[in-house]
Design a protein around this ligand. Structure first.
Ligand code: SAH
Length: 264
């Protein structure tokens, strides 16, 4: 009797998008469906797992896994062991796997263990947040580029030089898209105000792309007050720059359409 050779294990890092399961790519759906093991991060919507094979093993490795947060070294070990055991491993990460969330570090560890990793890009939260407000991140007149920046530095790291970043954004007309910023709001806004006018428009979007999405449009000078007043919390994206005016225009257009529909 001939025995079929075992399929070699594989690992694919898959971006699950910002939350709305319809924002998954077709490639992500295919990868999820072919997985035998899925290691799932915190911010991944459970609805995305409906594409998984019923026999697949699903491991939540974020805060919802039970402990405060699964140590990164443990996640790396789990992935490597599963691949070596011949499993088809999908590492599901919120948004895009290579925008924050340690995707880069995971790939380095897997490659160091001799494992080839495939990557399926996803829609990052910063894109979805502004898209949901009907406004662009770049604009020929208002913004020549975008900076994706974290508001939460690695412990021991001095973190972003906010005054310097603000001066650069002002001179070069750049939009700032700040991830993980709401818990360091005072420091961020104080730093940004050293290089950008207090009137600079800011959008804060919590739970972008999900039914529970909430947002506020404000200015840099009023940012801290607005976030506290509206009770906006993590996970949120903050977008700083003139492109936010587009979100304002869209919001007031929608309001007048709504009013007109009520009066009709
Ligand atoms: N890889 C992810 C980012 C991981 S870092 C991506 O590409 O989107 C986690 C941070 O992302 C959160 O603290 C928050 O700032 C942001 N984030 C993720 N999902 C979000 C969502 N649906 N709405 C708003 N912010 C979100």
């Amino acid at each position: 009797m001939t025995t079929l050779p075992l399929l070699p294990g594989r690992c694919t890092l898959v971006g699950a998008g910002p939350g709305d399961p319809e924002l998954l790519t077709l490639k992500a759906v295919k990868a999820i469906a072919s997985a035998t093991v899925l290691l799932v991060d915190d911010l991944v919507n459970d609805k995305v797992l409906a594409h998984a094979c019923p026999s697949a093993r699903i491991v939540h490795v974020g805060k919802r896994g039970g402990c405060s947060s699964t140590p990164q070294a443990f996640i790396d070990k789990l992935m490597i062991q599963a691949v070596l055991a011949g499993e088809q491993v999908v590492r599901l990460k919120g948004g895009d796997p290579f925008i924050f969330g340690r995707g880069g570090e995971e790939v380095e560890h897997l490659r160091a263990a001799g494992i080839d990793v495939q990557v399926v890009s996803g829609i990052t939260a910063g894109l979805a947040a502004m898209g949901s407000l009907g406004a662009p991140l770049t604009h020929r007149e208002h913004a020549h580029g975008v900076v994706f920046v974290t508001g939460h530095a690695k412990p021991g790291d001095s973190g972003t030089d906010w005054p310097q970043l603000a001066r650069t954004a002002w001179q070069a007309k750049l939009t700032l898209v700040i991830y993980m910023g709401v818990s360091h709001l005072d420091q961020i806004s104080e730093g940004l105000l050293q290089g950008l006018p207090a009137t600079t428009p800011v959008a804060i979007v919590q739970h972008a792309s999900l039914p529970e999405q909430r947002e506020a449009l404000t200015t840099l000078g009023d940012l801290v007050h607005t976030v506290h007043r509206e009770g906006l919390q993590s996970p949120s994206i903050m977008v700083v720059g003139d492109v936010v005016q587009g979100a304002r225009a869209w919001a007031s257009q929608q309001q007048s359409q709504h009013k007109a529909a009520l009066q009709a």
